[in-house]
Design a protein around this ligand. Structure first.
Ligand SMILES: [Zn+2]
Length: 69
C-alpha cells in the first residue's frame, strides 16, 4: 500500500504554524498538530458523526434557499 491520501480532509495552517485538519464532509475538527503524522493518524481514526452530517446537509439546503432568494 502506498501513501494514504484522504481527499475528504482539508488542511490549513494556523497562525502559530501548526496544522489544522477538518473533515470536509461533517466539518468536525480532526486534529490540530505541528506534526503531519499526527494529522494522518487522527484522519484515519476519524468517523463522521451522522448527526453532524445531517446538520451540514440542512445548513447547505438553507444556504441554497437563501442564495436563490
Ligand atoms: Zn467527518
Amino acid at each position: 500500500m502506498g501513501k494514504t491520501f484522504n481527499p475528504e480532509f482539508t488542511h490549513r495552517t494556523n497562525e502559530d504554524g501548526t496544522l489544522h485538519s477538518y473533515c470536509s464532509r461533517c466539518f468536525a475538527t480532526v486534529a490540530d498538530s505541528a506534526s503531519r503524522a499526527d494529522l494522518d493518524t487522527a484522519e484515519l481514526a476519524h468517523k463522521c458523526d451522522p448527526r453532524l452530517l445531517e446538520m451540514v446537509d440542512k445548513y447547505r439546503q438553507i444556504s441554497r434557499l437563501r442564495s436563490v432568494a
